[in-house]
Design a binder for this molecule. Structure first.
Ligand code: PGA
Length: 254
């Protein structure tokens, strides 16, 4: 099965609007020569407050914009929160759900994550559902049960909706640590995720599902990771904050 490659830049809580605009300009200029968009989906995930401006800036470049989170309720008295239809109105075509930093710092529950996925789908936004085990989970040999449990939050989804999901495997011990999973560790977990997904939703849906790797992915290791059979691209944190390294990772996916 030929799945299209996908490279996403998760800016997290970094970059002013001005710096974000500069970074977009640089990425746009470097990618313009590459005719990338029939081979790789490239999506940037800036902070909420930059969405609208950067969406306009990247219009008709082939580079898409996504949000890092939404609230799990549709609307209402939730001071400081942002809804699915708000990010849609600012041009977000994708949204991260359940990034480990949110699971850890905001104690997001499976029920909330499922509600977010449903709200995104109702607004025609593609969710990127993140999964990842901690170092303690891996050291105690529990990585597969932990990932299977996180994935099971999606099992109540409608079968028609399941094909719109993207998954991102991001081992917590590899995020921002410089310690990347080996290509074999990444491939083994991606294959396991696809197998679990297949058991629940069928082989055809599982074969279609894009599964990204995230966790200290950089120009030096991207090509090897992306060559693995079940690794369909990357969710890039630190290395997405500089045009050179991000563009080199996109090139590794071409
Ligand atoms: P990192 O982050 O590339 O800085 O490890 C990845 C992520 O958290 O999405």
């Amino acid at each position: 099965m030929n799945r299209k490659m996908f490279v996403a830049g998760n800016w997290k809580m970094n970059l002013s609007l001005n710096d974000g605009e500069k970074l977009c300009e640089e990425i746009k200029a470097s990618l313009a020569e590459l005719e990338f968009d029939n081979k790789v989906d490239v999506v940037l995930f800036p902070p909420f407050v930059h969405l609208d401006r950067l969406h306009q800036k990247l219009d008709s470049t082939g580079i898409k914009i996504g949000a890092q989170n939404i609230h799990h309720e549709k609307s209402g008295a939730y001071t400081g929160e942002i809804s699915a239809d708000m990010i849609h109105s600012c041009g977000a075509a994708y949204c991260l759900v359940g990034h480990s930093e949110r699971r850890i710092y905001q104690a997001e529950s499976d029920t909330q994550l499922l509600a977010k996925v449903n709200l995104l789908l109702a607004n025609n936004i593609q969710p990127i559902f993140c999964l990842g085990e901690s170092l303690a989970d891996r050291e105690s040999g529990q990585e597969k049960p932990v990932i299977a449990k996180q994935l099971s939050a999606l099992f109540k989804l409608d079968k028609n909706d399941i094909t719109k999901l993207i998954l991102a495997y991001e081992p917590v011990w590899a995020i921002g640590t410089g310690k990347t999973a080996t290509v074999d560790q990444a491939q083994a977990m991606h294959a396991f995720i696809r197998e679990e997904f297949s058991k629940q939703f069928g082989e055809a849906a599982a074969e279609k599902c894009t599964i990204l790797y995230g966790g200290s992915c950089k120009p030096e290791n991207a090509k090897d990771l992306f060559q693995m059979k079940d690794v369909d691209g990357g969710l890039i944190g630190g290395a997405s904050l500089k045009a050179d390294s991000f563009v080199d990772i996109v090139k590794a996916a071409l």
